[in-house]
Design a protein around this ligand. Structure first.
Ligand SMILES: C=C1C[C@]23C[C@H]1CC[C@H]2[C@@]12CCC[C@@](C)(C(=O)O1)[C@H]2[C@@H]3C(=O)O
Ligand SMILES: O=C(O)CCC(=O)C(=O)O
Ligand SMILES: [Fe+2]
Length: 348
């Protein structure tokens, strides 16, 4: 039996302090547990003004492959327009994320992620790696959200589930399109795609995961962190952000570069698995979220990856692979134990 994505996350058991978010509604001062200092690697001063910005790519542009190649090499990230996802669906999904996070904490705790679970309400999975806690609450969906949605709204969970199902379905087919474009950008012949990605034939049958993120208004944003710096683990991530700043990416030699929301666009970023299959030609994007004093930020991230038993390795066109092959299941386990060091451990 193949291991599902949520099962692959099951072998790490977390402590409750690394699952239960703060009751943001009742807090007026930043608690000590959430105060980050330079000791915690907080370097807020390095944000660069708008001199640099990530490219905007039209999915239907004739030169899309070329543009994707450049964006992936230089940034590992781009804004995507003309992506074909109806704006009304994105709006509805955001509305339902607001509705969920707007529930009182006691209600949200009914859908709390279990200590060895992957889905439901809670803080970010990467929390145990940091000494301070984040100004953030999340809700993770893998496949159907129905079990947790019933815990939140015993009588009216269906609309939420339908919208999240539809959103995931549309994101999955968009992610597939983007993956094909990226393979083209990596000069993989159409006919050799399956073979080149020397994985199981089911490589494209992704399961994916959906993460709803909420970053409430923060009383002292200069001393808090919304989401700590991290890279996404899977192949690529498609992100919707509401009209509130906060996302930043780290550029070697430059520092933290803001990724302001662009109305109607989705942000696409490369994850660790893409870094591996591209033989490190495409960076995996190191990014974080900074909190805001007056605006509540919401985001919805769709993580796209192959089935957990797929073998991930640099494309065979690369004569000197710089990573050893690994199954996704193995990689997830490496990442839960070593975070960013997981990639280094795979270096040849
Ligand atoms: C399929 C995924 C991808 C996960 C784990 C699992 C479900 C939740 C995702 C996130 C969402 C928040 C940042 C991150 C770093 C986290 O802590 O949880 C992501 C992580 C990853 O990309 O590694
Ligand atoms: O809120 C954001 O913009 C970033 C979310 C994110 O990085 C994630 O969910 O992995
Ligand atoms: Fe992320």
């Amino acid at each position: 039996m193949a291991t599902s994505l949520s099962e692959a996350y099951r072998d790490t058991t977390l402590q409750l302090k690394h699952i239960i978010p703060l009751d943001f509604d009742s807090i007026h001062d930043l608690p000590e547990s959430h105060v980050w200092t330079t000791k915690d690697n907080l370097d807020l001063l390095s944000e660069k003004p708008d001199v640099l910005s990530i490219p905007i790519i039209d999915l239907n542009a004739l030169s899309a492959t070329e543009l994707v190649r450049n964006a992936c090499q230089k940034w590992g990230m781009f804004h995507l327009i003309n992506h074909g996802i109806p704006l009304s669906l994105v709006d509805e999904a955001e509305e339902h994320a607001r509705r969920l996070f707007g529930l009182p904490l006691e209600r949200k705790l009914k859908a709390l992620r279990s200590p060895s679970g992957a889905t439901g309400y809670g803080v970010a999975r990467i929390s145990p790696f940091f000494s301070k806690l984040m100004w953030h609450e999340g809700f993770t969906i893998m496949g159907s959200a129905v079990d947790h949605a019933k815990e939140l709204w015993p009588d009216e969970y269906e609309e939420f589930c339908d919208i999240m199902d539809n959103y995931q379905k549309k994101m999955k087919s968009l992610a597939y399109k983007i993956l094909l474009l990226i393979l083209k950008a990596l000069e993989v012949d159409d006919k050799n795609q399956d073979q080149e990605i020397n994985c199981t034939p089911s490589f494209y049958q992704s399961e994916g995961a959906l993460q709803l993120n909420s970053y409430p208004c923060c009383p002292n944003p200069n001393r808090a962190v919304g989401l700590a710096p991290h890279t996404d683990s899977l192949l690529l991530t498609i992100l919707h952000q509401n009209d509130t700043n906060g996302l930043q990416i780290f550029q070697e030699g430059t520092g933290w570069v803001p990724v302001p929301p662009l109305s109607g666009a989705l942000v696409v970023n490369m994850g660790d698995l893409m870094h591996i299959i591209s033989n490190a030609h495409f960076p995996t994007v190191y990014h974080r979220v900074v909190p805001n004093e007056t605006r509540h930020r919401f985001s919805i991230a769709y993580f796209y990856g192959p089935p957990t038993d797929s073998i991930i390795a640099p494309l065979s066109k690369f004569q000197t692979p710089c990573f050893r092959p690994v199954t996704l299941k193995e990689y997830i386990s490496l990442k839960s134990r070593h975070l960013e060091k997981a990639l280094t451990l795979l270096r040849n």
